[in-house]
Design a protein around this ligand. Structure first.
Ligand SMILES: *Cc1c(COP(=O)(O)O)cnc(C)c1O
Length: 496
């Protein structure tokens, strides 16, 4: 059955998958959601004999129903190829009682590559299908990892341009260096004097600005989004949860049908929502464990039914999760209020106006699949050290937030269900925090020395992404106040 996409703020709106991918965000400010979640039409006994690309096709064909088999397979094959540094694309590593799903083997060594290596292909295919002639301008706000992954995905893709905004003082040195060294004639990287939420709000405001849209259109441009609000990013992330289950089955770690738990270090709520979709499609998942850092808006939401972003924003050792407005939560809100678009719009309006909203008991009952927890920076560092001491396996700070939250959950609940922890970044990407967690003696070393130390301790190869920034020249140096984001875009596109 064909799937059409509604907006979380207008359930009568019906777009095809390709239209929803092109638009990114709905004109009413809502997010696109499939009108129903399809069930897997292959058994895990069948899926376990497929490789990553084949499993990805089996999942995506059910959501992107207006793409032909040939189109979709070509997108998948172009995305998940030798850009990844291992055959498996997402290997699973067992360490100290949990399975780490390593989502960081792509070009920019964070899990964002999983979706952003395919999104440009989905988007250009969608543009062709819809006879769109305008140049697509990707506007992206990043807390560090999306930006680089989007730049890498869209660089030099014909018919596209990409502008990335990042918080000048809110990303790791490696993250910043990765972005400002980006090549590609169609790329622009801008630091803003604000935090990630400011960047995200600024981008959203541009998307919703009708005058700007008209000026763009007149000049032959149209905006789209590579942020995780784009359905073309969310669905590719569902694939690796289905794949992970099939791997555990293939390796006899679980029996067919046996339930697993999934722990996800969460920021914008995209990755964990993808795991929830995998569950709704029929993957035997028991609990979805939402792990936050000190910016624990989600933990508070799950435990009090009130989402409240009125609090201090804390810069932590897991910067990609330093977020107070988790955009993708809106998709879950829409679902738990029974696909009621006007109720969703009301709550989101209240979030915008008062910075908070409270859900009803009835809605809260729809959250029973979720568990939540949080970890402070000290607890995160201790988790990295403990895992290294016990097993020699080294995880990054984001993954460590999840590891700590899982440890607490297991202790409190006694739940021994086999568990997957989404490992969202390579430790090389956050190497100073990671090595300083392992031993303070590394604090005095330079970043370049730390790279070699991590290689030795972890017995892993230095990823190409890290080799690259050792030598690459800085090509982007614009910094602007938050209010000037739109001016910068107009200047870049020459539509002032
Ligand atoms: C983006 C990111 C997260 C958070 O993922 P969401 O989908 O935004 O919840 C966690 N860890 C890393 C390393 C990331 O880059």
């Amino acid at each position: 059955m064909d799937i059409l996409y509604n907006s979380t703020r207008d359930s009568h709106l019906k777009l095809t998958a390709s239209q929803a991918i092109l638009k990114g965000l709905s004109d009413d400010g809502g997010l696109f959601v499939p009108d129903h979640i399809p069930s897997l039409d292959k058994s895990f006994e069948e899926l376990k004999n497929m490789d990553y690309r084949q499993v990805a096709y089996e999942v995506m064909k059910l959501f992107f129903t207006d793409f032909t088999e040939e189109e979709l397979k070509s997108c998948i094959n172009n995305a998940y190829d030798s850009k990844f540094d291992c055959e498996d694309i997402v290997p699973v590593t067992y360490a100290d009682g949990a399975y780490y799903l390593e989502l960081f083997h792509g070009k920019t060594i964070a899990f964002k590559d999983m979706a952003l290596s395919i999104l440009p292909h989905l988007m250009t295919t969608a543009a062709k299908k819809n006879n769109m002639k305008d140049e697509i301008v990707i506007l992206t706000a990043t807390s560090g990892d999306t930006g680089k992954a989007a730049l890498a995905g869209f660089a030099d893709v014909p018919g596209t341009r990409i502008v990335v905004f990042y918080p000048k003082y809110g990303v790791s040195p490696v993250q910043e260096k990765q972005m400002v060294t980006q090549r590609g004639a169609n790329t622009r990287v801008i630091g803003i004097e604000g935090n990630f939420d400011d960047a995200q709000s600024g981008v959203k405001a541009m998307f919703n600005n009708k005058e700007l849209a008209a000026a763009m259109k007149a000049a032959g441009f149209v905006f789209s989004s590579a942020n995780s609000i784009n359905i073309g990013r969310l669905i590719p992330q569902v694939c690796y949860y289905v794949y992970a289950y099939s791997r555990l089955l293939l390796d006899d770690c679980i029996k067919d049908g046996e339930k697993i738990n999934v722990v996800v270090p969460t920021g914008n709520f995209g990755n964990i929502l993808a795991a929830y979709y995998a569950k709704l499609m029929g993957t035997p998942i028991n609990k979805l464990i939402c792990a936050s850092n000190t910016n624990k808006v989600l933990y508070d939401f799950f435990t009090t039914k009130t989402y409240d972003k009125n609090r201090d924003f804390v810069v932590t050792s897991s910067p990609s999760m330093d977020i107070l407005i988790s955009s993708n939560l809106e998709r879950l809100i829409y679902k738990i209020c029974g696909n009621d678009a006007s109720e969703t719009a009301k709550l989101m309006e209240s979030l915008k106006k008062d910075g908070a909203y409270t859900i009803t008991d009835e809605m809260a009952a729809g959250l029973s699949d979720f568990v939540s927890g949080y970890a402070t920076a000290d607890e995160t560092a201790a988790a990295i050290r403990r895992l290294y001491d016990n097993t020699g396996y080294i995880i990054d700070t984001h993954t460590a937030v999840a590891a700590k939250v899982y440890e607490d959950y297991k202790k409190q609940s006694g739940d021994e269900t086999p568990t997957i922890i989404a490992s969202t970044a390579s430790p090389y990407k956050f190497l100073r925090s990671v090595l300083s967690a392992i031993d303070e003696k590394y604090d005095s070393r330079t970043d370049f020395e730390l790279i070699d130390i991590l290689k030795e301790l972890s017995m892993t190869e230095i990823p190409q992404a890290i080799e690259d920034i050792r030598t690459a020249p800085v090509l982007h140096d614009i910094v602007c106040p938050t209010e000037d984001m739109q001016k910068q875009v107009e200047k870049y596109l020459g539509i002032q």
